[in-house]
Design a protein around this ligand. Sequence first.
Ligand code: ADP
Ligand code: MG
Length: 232
Amino acid sequence: MELIEFESKEKLCDYIKQKYVKALGAGREGACYLMPEGYVIKKLNDEYYESYIEKFDGIDIQSFVFAFGGIIVNEFVSALMLRYIDGSEIVKVNFEKYELELLKNALNILSKDIKELSARGIKAIDVYGRNILFDGKFFSLIDAQCYEFNSYPFLEGINIVVIMKEIYKNIFSKNMFATSFLLSSDLKDYLYDYYLLSHPGELIDGIKDEFYRKYREELNTLDDMKRVLRVK
Ligand SMILES: Nc1ncnc2c1ncn2[C@@H]1O[C@H](COP(=O)(O)OP(=O)(O)O)[C@@H](O)[C@H]1O
Ligand SMILES: [Mg+2]
């Protein structure tokens, strides 16, 4: 865990203001800035004890962005240092143009990482679309405030459902054709099933198979689905 000290909050604010490359966004807990060194400073609205960041120490799971460092002012944590993700919040991503195979791969990787998260005793509490970024290849979960850290392993199924549901909602429910296709298919009963959510690749394959069975057309993207269903 890297710790940097600043004399006062004013000095920290001046430092960020003078150096930041890009303001990335703000939420309830703080505001994020990309720094020239390539990492993110999240300036927190509140102050926390050092134990707040110690729990992130040694956690290295690709899909989850937990702080690798903190900025201390008067013995309290005032900002976090985070790995930068060059992506967009999934609520703003148009998933229709992406190859389903690419999404399948991304979901499989995330699913593997959620298993690791659970094994480490971390519980996702309040994961929603604005805290999940997609960079065109991978999903990354930001906002360390949305997790609870325990010393015993946590039920993998609950983490998977909480996170995957939010992602499926953003990939499929934003597309009217995909939503009605899914709801009219045999897959609808399984859509939020733990088994399928923990094997996301099988769900994507299921959608492709079902679509081919019904329309005799290969489905590579959700755009294809739109195109085929509109012309039929
Ligand atoms: N590591 C990061 N890489 C890129 N963008 C980020 C990163 N962390 C946060 N952001 C951007 O800043 C916004 C606010 O960050 P977040 O940690 O979610 O703050 P809050 O806890 O206040 O909601 C995010 O929605 C996202 O757009
Ligand atoms: Mg947030």
